[in-house]
Design a protein around this ligand. Structure first.
Ligand SMILES: Nc1ncnc2c1ncn2[C@@H]1O[C@H](COP(=O)(O)OP(=O)(O)OP(=O)(O)O)[C@@H](O)[C@H]1O
Ligand SMILES: [Mg+2]
Length: 458
């Protein structure tokens, strides 16, 4: 039985035990180093890549606990197994708390030791596989924090990757809760500007007078109450990205000012006429399609062209339903970690309701529904009655009727004929004469038609 077949360090002050263990493990294919105390063991560990350390607790110079502490500090993923004598169980518990994987009590047979190490190694292997799988999964179905596997979201990921490297102005459009803010931050954190600030301004929440001082800053004395100079968000975002959220809400008069700043790449603080150069990348977001606002006369076309070198459209959730289960699972996972409540997933009925519901609040609404359901859930799975009524009833009244299938008239006639023959045969328990009579055709015609539609054998 070859366990891990890698390098192992034994720290044990009893020579006979040390030699016996070393011999037994070498026979199993381990590369073994031995040390008679903690200090020597640590020196060896610092110079070699041991995957496992098997250490006695009581040793001269440095004891097993201290060795464990140092080993974990140097390479935290090293597996440490502690050997203890009877009566030192408390210390063994302490060792586990310090990160030891297991402990074995003296006296033990070599067979017991081998079994123990074998378990420890298989466990570690499984753990590593799990981490790898999880990473693969996350990489496949997400882009940073944005989760999605639908074709449309994969296209969004591609687009983010493409624009991130450039300084192009990006406009993110999508209904409420589709993830516009997530996309804006993903663009910044995947761009060469990632080490500089990422600053968000909500254009909707600020009245026009405040917008100017917030975005461009002001000099001391610029207005009553301006007791000292303050830099605005444009300057604060210098070298980084400025996210103008809900840009469609900007008053027209302010749009002119913003346009000028974007064209000239300079701002003037309120109360100053000295222009300051600003180097920021602009990402904007809007709920309503801005071209509609342009036709309505509430958004300037020239500003639109400035901020919209590239548009990223975030599709509503109901147009990418294949993302719903993985999003729901991810939100549940988050909840589970935060609250340590052991809920393993969703019942099929819940997933069906999720699939039927039209999600006007998109991903944000899904997140809220999952959190609320998880909070109320008293079983191991989220069931239908944990859902709010509107989502629950979606499964009962599917709002997506199957699209009508279009066939040729000939096909329709054939299908109806075959159906009528099947019904007649069923009603007469397969008596062809009676069936033909019911259908108002001759036995011969029935036979021919049955053959034609593959019903002769039925
Ligand atoms: N694809 C996604 N993967 C994971 N979480 C998402 C995704 N899309 C949205 N979310 C989550 O949904 C919530 C809403 O997202 P976000 O704030 O980015 O939406 P929004 O489009 O900016 O909404 P609003 O227009 O209302 O401001 C956030 O909690 C966000 O983390
Ligand atoms: Mg938002």
């Amino acid at each position: 039985m070859k366990i891990c077949g890698h390098r192992l360090l034994i720290a044990e002050d009893e020579p006979i035990l040390r030699i016996t263990i070393a011999d037994a493990l070498r026979k199993e294919g381990w590369e073994v180093d031995v040390a008679e105390d903690g200090v020597k063991a640590l020196a060896m560990f610092e110079q070699n890549l041991h995957e496992l350390v098997l250490s006695d607790l009581l040793m001269p110079h440095m004891d097993g606990l201290e060795l464990l502490r140092r080993v974990k500090a140097l390479r935290p993923d090293t597996t440490v197994v502690i050997i203890t004598a009877h009566g030192t169980i408390e210390t063994a518990v302490e060792a586990m708390q310090l990160g030891a994987t297991d402990f074995i009590t003296k006296p033990f047979s070599m067979m017991q030791l081998l079994l123990r190490l074998n378990n420890v190694c298989s466990f570690k292997l499984l753990e590593q596989q799990n981490v790898r799988l999880q990473e693969q999964l996350e990489r496949r179905f997400s882009f940073g924090k944005i989760i999605g596997k639908s074709k449309r979201m994969l296209e969004v990921f591609e687009l983010i990757k493409m624009v991130a490297d450039s300084d192009a102005s990006v406009l993110v459009q999508g209904e409420s809760g589709t993830g516009k803010e997530l996309v804006a931050s993903a663009i910044h954190f995947n761009s060469p500007r990632r080490t500089h600030p990422y600053i968000r301004v909500s254009c909707a929440s600020l009245p026009e007078t405040l917008l100017e001082s917030e975005l461009f800053g002001f000099e001391k004395g610029a207005f009553t109450g301006a007791s000292e100079r303050r830099i605005g968000r444009f300057e604060a975002a210098s070298g980084g990205t400025l996210f103008l959220d809900e840009i469609g809400e900007l008053p027209l008069s302010f749009q002119v000012k913003l346009l000028r700043v974007l064209q000239e790449r300079q701002i003037e603080r309120l109360g100053s006429h000295r222009p300051v150069n600003v180097d920021v990348r602009i990402v904007s977001a809007s709920l309503r399609p801005l071209d509609e606002e342009i036709s309505d006369g509430t958004f300037r076309e020239d500003l639109f062209f400035r901020i919209n070198t590239v548009t990223i459209h975030l599709p509503p959730l109901r147009e990418r339903r294949e993302d719903i289960p993985i999003l729901a699972q991810a939100f549940l996972e988050e909840f589970r970690k935060e609250r340590s409540k052991p809920i393993e997933g969703f019942s099929d009925e819940v997933l069906r309701a999720f699939d039927a519901y039209h999600w006007p609040g998109n991903v944000r609404e899904l997140r809220n529904v999952v959190e609320r359901a998880a909070l109320f859930c008293k079983r191991a799975r989220i069931e239908r009655d944990d859902l709010p009524a509107n989502v629950r009833s979606a499964a009962e009244t599917p709002h997506r009727p199957a699209p009508p299938t279009v066939t040729t008239l000939q096909e329709a006639v054939e299908q109806a004929t075959a159906e009528a023959i099947r019904n007649a045969l069923a009603a007469t328990e397969g008596r062809r004469g009676d069936a033909a009579q019911l259908l108002g055709i001759s036995r011969k015609t029935l036979w021919e038609k049955s053959k034609q539609y593959g019903l002769a054998e039925e």
